[in-house]
Every structure is written in structure tokens, then in C-alpha cells.
Design a protein around this ligand. Structure first.
Ligand code: WT7
Length: 690
């Protein structure tokens, strides 16, 4: 496209007319002016639903030349070292990369601090007055809070001193159980500042989940809040925190007052955040962390009932987080970037907190629910703060789509330049809706594949390079080498499905282990394809141009509304109910949530299959894991298919709930149960070989 200005005007006018016709108010004259937006993408005339960066986007993007891929591939170590130079190091590294099986190190001998790179670096460069954080509370009548880099630095330093006064030293793990309030970022940054790895627990997780994680992490201090607002109601988080710390090593609980008023405080254990902060000094030197020092732990679901504490170290995580955010979201000075994840997930750690702050842009934090006070809240926030990049999950997009076009149409979204998605495969309809209705057909969609374990994004299209194709994530980020392999370890041809693996040199941000369980680490990631290939547990296929489409998990891990859950976790939660004799859980595709758990439950002798019992089961799941893990359906059964050694054949149950062929049943101990199960679930598949 030679004349960009033409397409710019065109796009703006079209949007203006749409607004004018639909709203027909005088104020739309203003909209007509502000709605002028640059068309950052252009359609591929030869292929349907394939988009490329416009000349304007290519000009602006940090990388626009495809040769970056070949260059990085020819020498990944040099590529990452070049990126690392952009951060501040107290001491330069001696060696870029070191590898021995299951033990890989980046920027060996280098010393840095992530909080220093997030805050001090910008202040020293003279950018201290830029806005670091915008916090949008859920109640609309409350004012948003804006913190400059200087103000955030001040708060972080003070809280770092508070932690020190509580006896927290470098290497000590600190629990964080906070809602979406600025203190979540302050607490994480304060931990990073003094080199105390945090272990953040999602605030909607149950006390039991908190207990398990605090115990596993050996945390002596927990930071929580009295509560938060969700769908207009105050939620009492302190109550859950109180229940969750019982029997853990936690000795001190710092409580942020979000709701106001008094929360019951446990004498000698609980301390108010605001009281501690009042007396704390704002002078706290950032700890010089070794590049391979533990930065934080984050528990995630594996295939067993026990979540694993994924370990991330400092240098590699910082470098890859920094550069992936910069390039993927095209971050520039003055950008107001909004990632809608929760701080309790890796997306929140990396792309709400550390990466945007390391890039010196404004990161937006929203406390509440997207449907409060109405379905327009997302778009109201974008209009209000003139958000430039929006990063959200396919589940959310599908929900917005269902709520209807009239909601985004009420608002001026023309500040948006780029859209991102993460967490699960996106369907074509959701992608196109996001592209048309939210991006106005003007913004690239960056579909980022990664995991808690990978710490940062690994597969995606770069905004200045493209292409942007619905359901296709893109190519491995420069410096990341990935392959799609068959079960025997050979690469599969283009167009065929296989297992996504990441090759040595294992990327800088990739996890260094499972806290306290390196055997499990080795078994889950480096056994399938050996120690030089990280096994992702995701299925994938590549097109002829090398663009990767993620097809979903190949293990017993589900993705429920973007939340990662093991079927085994739900099973063990159900098994804690007094009426349950045995439970088997499988996932079933769901129009909105991507996947949902379906539970097959055998009750103890004499217990009736009643709605009452079902309700009790839901309650148990809520209290053991949290409402995100609730089964979509509970099916009472007398038997489940088992192998001769007594293992439940979840493959058969999965086929049953998905109306797929149940396959070969000859290895079952009790094949006769399958017919009655078919009847129960209304299995319609005819062509199976059962
Ligand atoms: C699993 C990891 C990455 C942070 C949020 C989730 C799925 C993630 C995509 C994507 C298709 C995706 C994978 C992965 N996933 N991103 N862009 N397209 N699937 O982190 O909770 O550790 O879950 O999420 O199945 O293995 P997580």
C-alpha cells in the first residue's frame, strides 16, 4: 500500500459515519473527530482473513524486518545478550548461557534487580513523573488512582523496608493474597526489591488452596487485604486468609485496608499495611540479585492433584519479559496499556506488573468485573483512560460478543492501536469480532502462546511483521526455537498435528524447576523428548509458512475460562466430600469457557442420587479449590471404566461426553459399564468400535 494517508482517512470516516448513524446525537461530532484512527493493518488481497501490518505500523514497530528470525536463530545467545543490554545490570554477566541437563543458566555471573529495572532506571533517566499505574476501582463513584514512577518507587521502597522490619531477608518466600489493587503491584515489586521471592495466590482461590501454597513455599509473611469489590458487593478476603493460614508457617499477616472499616485482627499476627507504611523509610537500596537467583514462585496445575511451584529466576525472566512486551505490544512512550488478567496468574505477574513497568509505560489495573455497573464497563474504561493496547483472553472476548455490539458501540475506542489475546485457543468468530468491533478493523491482534512455566511469551506474530490470522498464534519469538514433533520425536510435516516442544538453548524466561520437586520437573518436562527439549504438553500444527496453531493440551490439564486446572485436582476435591466413594473428571468443550469439567461420581453405599448431594459436591469444590473449578455437570454413576490395574480410563469418559468414538475397550476390566454410561450421558456417536 503506497498511500497510507488514504487508508487512514478512509478508516476514520467509516467509523465516524457508523457512530453518527447509530447514535444520532450532537456529541457525535466530537466522536467523528476523535474516531479518526490509523489503520495499522491491511488485508491480504489474496487470502481471506489474513492481515498484515500497514506501512505506518511497520515504520513504528520495533522490528519490521523478517530477517530478525533468521538472525536470532543463527545465534540465539547473541540475540538474547543484545536484548539484555537494554536493562540495567549492577554487574555485567561473564557468560551468556550455560547448559547441563535440566540445569540451564542465563547471563551467568550477572547482577541485577527487577524492581530497579522497573522503577529506578526510569527515574534516573528523568521519567519519574510519567504515570506508572492507573488503578480503576470497581465502584464507578470512586476515583481512579494514578501513581507516577516516582510515587510508585516511594511506596515500593517503603513497603520493602516494612518487609525487612518483619524479618524478611533475601531468599525468604513471601505470600501474596491480594485482589486487583495497586498494593498487589507494590507488594510484588517490594519483594523483588529485597530479593524475597513472592508466591502469589489468586484471590478467588479457597483457603485450602492458600494453605497448600503457603506450606509448600514455606512463607512466614502473608500480604492480604480486608476485601475488595466484585459485582457491586464487598468480598471478605480477610476471612479466607484467616482460614488459609492456619497450620502454615505464616507468622505475620499484613492487611491492606481496601474496604475501610475494621476487619478482625489477630493480635500479634496481623498488622495493618497503612500503619506499617506510615513509619517506614522510603530509602531502600535494591538488592543486587544474581541472574540465577530465584525471582518468584507461582503454583500451577500439573496432571496430578498437587499444584507445582514453578520457579522463575531473575535475569532471564527480566530480559525476555521486557523484550516480548516491548515488541509484541509495540510499547512506546506515553502508551496506556491494559492487560485484564488477574495478578494471581503468570499473565498478571509478567504483563501487568514487571514487563510494562520495565518498559516505562502506564499499566492499567481494574479491580472488578466487566459487567459492573453494566456490560459497557470494559469499553468505558478504554474511553476514559484512552487505552492504547488491550490484552485479554478469548473467554472474555466470547462473553463480550454475546453481550452484544451495542455496548462497545457506545464508546470511543479509537485510542486503541493494538489488541492481544492469551490463555487458550481463540475461535474465528471471537477473533473477527474482536478485530472488527473493538479494533475497528484497524488494530493487529497479537495471539500470544505461552505458559506459567515459560514465564514470558514464546509464540506469536510480531506487530511489524505479521501475519495476523484468526486461530493462528504465529512463529516462535525470535531467539526461541520450537518444533512440532510426533510421539517418536520426529518433526511432523506442515499441516499435521504434533506436540509443541522448545529446543535448547532453552529460552531465558523458561522455568528452572519445580520448588522442592526437581524429580517431577525432570519427569514432566524433560523426559518425553530428552533434556534438550522442553515438552509443553500442548498440541500444535504449523502451516507452510511456519505459523503455528495451538490445538490445546494433550495431558489431563483443562483450560476453564482461561484458568488452568488439572482434572485430578477436581477429582481430589470431590473425593473430600463425605458422600463420595470415587470421582472421575474429564473436560468437555464449552461455547463460552473453552472447556469445562464434567464429573462422574460414585457415591458411597446407601447415599441417594439427589440434587441435595449434588449441591453438597459443588460446595466442596468451592471450598477446596474455588468456584472456577465447579463441574459443569455432575453425573452419578455406578461404575467408571477401568484398566485391569484399576486405573480410571478417562479417555473413554472424555469420548463419551464429547460424543466421540470410545475406541478400543479391550483393555478394560469392566467394558460392560460403558453401555450404561452411554445411556446416561446421551452419547450419540454411532461409528465407534466399542
Ligand atoms: C496453557 C498454559 C500464558 C499465560 C496464561 C495461561 C494455553 C496459552 C495460548 C494461546 C492457545 C494457549 C496452552 C498452555 N494457552 N496461551 N495463545 N493459544 N492456547 O497460562 O495457566 O500456565 O496455561 O494455556 O494450553 O499450555 P497457564
Amino acid at each position: 500500500m503506497s498511500d497510507e494517508s488514504e487508508s487512514v482517512g478512509f478508516c476514520g470516516v467509516v467509523i465516524g459515519i457508523v457512530f453518527r448513524l447509530e447514535l444520532g446525537k450532537l456529541s457525535n461530532f466530537r466522536r467523528l473527530i476523535v474516531s479518526e484512527r490509523i489503520r495499522w493493518v491491511k488485508e491480504d488481497p489474496t487470502r481471506k482473513n489474513v492481515f498484515w501490518p500497514s506501512e505506518a505500523l511497520k515504520k513504528q514497530a520495533w522490528v519490521a524486518d523478517d530477517s530478525i528470525y533468521a538472525e536470532a536463530k543463527s545465534d540465539p545467545e547473541a540475540f538474547w545478550a543484545k536484548q539484555a543490554e537494554e536493562l540495567h545490570w549492577f554487574k555485567h554477566w561473564d557468560k551468556v548461557y550455560e547448559f547441563t541437563p535440566e540445569n540451564y543458566k542465563w547471563f551467568v555471573g550477572g547482577k541485577l534487580n527487577i524492581s530497579y529495572n522497573s522503577l529506578d532506571r526510569h527515574i534516573e533517566a528523568g521519567y519519574g513523573d510519567r504515570i506508572a499505574v492507573i488503578w480503576e476501582p470497581e465502584p464507578v463513584e470512586e476515583e481512579s488512582v494514578k501513581l507516577t514512577y516516582k510515587e510508585l518507587h516511594d511506596l515500593v521502597s517503603r513497603f520493602a523496608n516494612v518487609l525487612k522490619e518483619l524479618g524478611v531477608r533475601k531468599g525468604d518466600r513471601v505470600g501474596i493474597y491480594l485482589p486487583m489493587i495497586p498494593e498487589a503491584v507494590i507488594a510484588m515489586q517490594a519483594c523483588a526489591r529485597i530479593g524475597a521471592p513472592h508466591s502469589v495466590v489468586f484471590s478467588a482461590f479457597s483457603p485450602d488452596s492458600l494453605r497448600d501454597r503457603m506450606t509448600d513455599a514455606g512463607a512466614k509473611v502473608l500480604i492480604t487485604a480486608d476485601g475488595y469489590y466484585r459485582r457491586g458487593k464487598p468480598i471478605n478476603l480477610k476471612k479466607n486468609a484467616d482460614a488459609g493460614v492456619v497450620g502454615t508457617p505464616v507468622e505475620k499477616v499484613v492487611v491492606v485496608r481496601r474496604l475501610g472499616g475494621d476487619a478482625p485482627m489477630n493480635q500479634g499476627r496481623d498488622l495493618w499495611y497503612h500503619e506499617l507504611m506510615e513509619n517506614a523509610s522510603n530509602d531502600c537500596l535494591a538488592e543486587q540479585m544474581d541472574s540465577e537467583d530465584l525471582a518468584f514462585l507461582l503454583h500451577t496445575s500439573g496432571t496430578t492433584g498437587k499444584p507445582k511451584g514453578i520457579m522463575h529466576t531473575t535475569g532471564g525472566y527480566a530480559v525476555q519479559s521486557y523484550v516480548t512486551a516491548k515488541w509484541n505490544f509495540d510499547l512506546h512512550e506515553g502508551d496506556i496499556y491494559w492487560c485484564t488478567a488477574d495478578v494471581g496468574w503468570i499473565t498478571g505477574h509478567t504483563y501487568i506488573n514487571y514487563a510494562p513497568l520495565m518498559n516505562g509505560v502506564t499499566t492499567v489495573i481494574y479491580e472488578g468485573s466487566p459487567d459492573t455497573p453494566d456490560y459497557g464497563r470494559m469499553w468505558a474504561i478504554i474511553e476514559k483512560h484512552k487505552i492504547t493496547q488491550l490484552y485479554t483472553a478469548p473467554t472474555a472476548i466470547r462473553m463480550f460478543l454475546k453481550w452484544g455490539d451495542e455496548w462497545p458501540e457506545k464508546y470511543d475506542l479509537s485510542s486503541l492501536r493494538l489488541l492481544g489475546t492469551v490463555g487458550e485457543p481463540i475461535n474465528v468468530d471471537a477473533w473477527m469480532w474482536y478485530f472488527d468491533k473493538i479494533g475497528g478493523g484497524c488494530c493487529p491482534i497479537i495471539d500470544t502462546w505461552w505458559q506459567t512455566e515459560t514465564g514470558s511469551n514464546m509464540v506469536n506474530s510480531l506487530p511489524g511483521i505479521g501475519p495476523f490470522i484468526p486461530t493462528v498464534a504465529g512463529r516462535p519469538f525470535p531467539g526461541v526455537i520450537a518444533g512440532i514433533l510426533d510421539a517418536g520425536g520426529s518433526p511432523v510435516p506442515a499441516g499435521e498435528g504434533g506436540y509443541l516442544t522448545i529446543y535448547n538453548p532453552l529460552p531465558p524466561a523458561l522455568t528452572r524447576g519445580i520448588y522442592g520437586d526437581m524429580e517431577r520437573f525432570k519427569a514432566e518436562y524433560y523426559t518425553e523428548y530428552g533434556s534438550e527439549r522442553y515438552f509443553t504438553s500442548d498440541g500444535a500444527r504449523k502451516d507452510a509458512q511456519g505459523n503455528i496453531r495451538i490445538t490445546g493440551r494433550v495431558d489431563d490439564v483443562m483450560n476453564v475460562a482461561g484458568h488452568r486446572l488439572a482434572t485430578a485436582e477436581v477429582e481430589s476435591a470431590l473425593a473430600q466430600n463425605e458422600n463420595v466413594s470415587e470421582a472421575a473428571v474429564v473436560s468437555r468443550p464449552h461455547e463460552m469457557k473453552g472447556e469445562v469439567p464434567v464429573a462422574f461420581v460414585l457415591l458411597k453405599a446407601g447415599i441417594e442420587h439427589s440434587e441435595e448431594v449434588k449441591k453438597g459436591l459443588i460446595k466442596t469444590v468451592d471450598s477446596v479449590i474455588g468456584p472456577t473449578a465447579r463441574p459443569d455437570e455432575i453425573i452419578f454413576v455406578d461404575d467408571v471404566p477401568k484398566t485391569r490395574s484399576g486405573k480410571i480410563m478417562r479417555r473413554v469418559l472424555k469420548a463419551l461426553v464429547r460424543n466421540e468414538p470410545v475406541g478400543n475397550l479391550t483393555t478394560l476390566r469392566n467394558p460392560e459399564c460403558v453401555d450404561s454410561l452411554k445411556e446416561k450421558v446421551g452419547h450419540k456417536e454411532q461409528g465407534g468400535c466399542s
